[in-house]
Design a protein around this ligand. Sequence first.
Ligand SMILES: [Zn+2]
Length: 154
Amino acid sequence: MASIRSTNTKPEMLVRKYLWSQGFRYRLNNPRLPGHPDIVLRKYRTCVFVNGCFWHGHDGCKYFRMPKTNTDFWEKKIKRNKNRDIEEQKKLAKMGWHCITVWECELKQDKRAKTLASLAFTLNHIYLQDRSITYPKIEEECELEQAAEPVPTP
Ligand SMILES: [Zn+2]
């Protein structure tokens, strides 16, 4: 399956470097999670997606312009990408993960500092909130196993 996510793209590197410098620790492209999130912060139960404005169809963004040639093809393709993004984030939310999307355009020079600071703020906020209220537990497989135990027949 062709993936629209390529690793080590520049915007993603900016986010990674920043998070690391602020003491956040993460894993990359976890293959076991829906959508293979770019950055996974287990301690914060958060997946960060760094999205290119074109491929992920950033609404109302000046960096997202539908190409004038093959417009049909591109419209369909980008719509598919957007739908997939939504589905994957829904799945992650069901599994107890928070999702944060950082758009490429928010990492341009003039907005970068603000975007990164608010990302760190959001992560800390999530961390505190997860500990002050009771969240639904991440699905425990053992509960299902118990329920599925067969009744012995005489
Ligand atoms: Zn954008």
